[in-house]
Each structure stands twice: as C-alpha cells, then as structure tokens.
Design a protein around this ligand. Structure first.
Ligand code: SF4
Length: 129
C-alpha cells in the first residue's frame, strides 16, 4: 500500500463504449476504484466493470446435422461473465442443431447457468436444402 492508501499500481483501460476510445487510468484503493482520463461517466462505469466483473458477448458457431451447412453461427443473446467464456465454448462444442433454425432461434437456453440464451445469427439453414 502506498501513501495514498492505494493497494495497486494504475492500470490503463481503453474505453470501448464510444468511438472516442479514451485511455482511462484506474487505481484500486481501499475506498474503491479511482479513474482518470475518461471524458464521461460511462467510461468510469465501463472501467470499473472491467476491473471488477468483466462481461463479454461470445460469437461462435455450432455443428448441424445438415451436410449442406455443417455449421451455423450463433452468439450469446447477452453478455456473460468473462470467466465463463471457456465453459460456454466447451458446452457449445457439444451442441448439434437438428432442425432448420433461423436468426433469433434459441440454440441453448441458460447456457452454463449464466441466465443467458445462445441464439442463431444466420438464416443459412433456411436457404439451403
Ligand atoms: S469515456 Fe466516455 S467519451 Fe470516452 S470513450 Fe468512454 S464513453 Fe466515450
């Protein structure tokens, strides 16, 4: 701990909330996370979330039974905890789509207990037969 009561060195986070891409310097202190360099409050909220519970949307593909389209693209319908990305990827590796689904159809509900569904992001299966 330094003279300011800070417990860690500053960490730089680039805000991706808007195209400005502010470089935000964050320092963890006993009373919370201190941020500087952001041009608005959204940047502070983003940086704090990145340091405390980072979330991500996963985009990938899953296998199908259809020879004309052996894989179809999917994504999580919302953000999931970054620490769950590997578990979700592994779970989706076991998914086999057996019907001709289209964009928005749910491929897996509440994937890995995240509370988030995985949805199809393509009409590819509808256009080929
Ligand atoms: S801090 Fe505000 S202005 Fe800067 S990139 Fe983030 S959202 Fe945009």
């Amino acid at each position: 701990m330094n003279d300011n009561g800070n417990t860690n060195q500053a960490k730089e986070i680039i805000c991706i909330v808007c195209p400005n891409g502010c470089r935000i310097s964050c320092t963890k202190a006993a009373d919370g996370i201190h941020c500087s360099g952001q041009k608005c409050k959204r940047g502070e909220a983003y940086a704090t979330a990145e340091l405390t519970h980072p979330m991500r949307t996963l985009t990938t593909s899953v296998r199908t039974i259809f020879p004309d389209s052996p894989v179809v693209s999917v994504r999580t319908a919302g953000e999931i905890d970054k620490s769950k990305l590997m578990d979700v990827s592994k779970a989706l590796g076991k998914v086999l789509v057996k019907t001709r689904i289209h964009t928005g159809d749910v491929v897996a509900e509440n994937i890995c207990g995240t509370g988030v569904n995985v949805i199809c992001t393509s009409d590819r299966l509808m256009h080929q037969q």
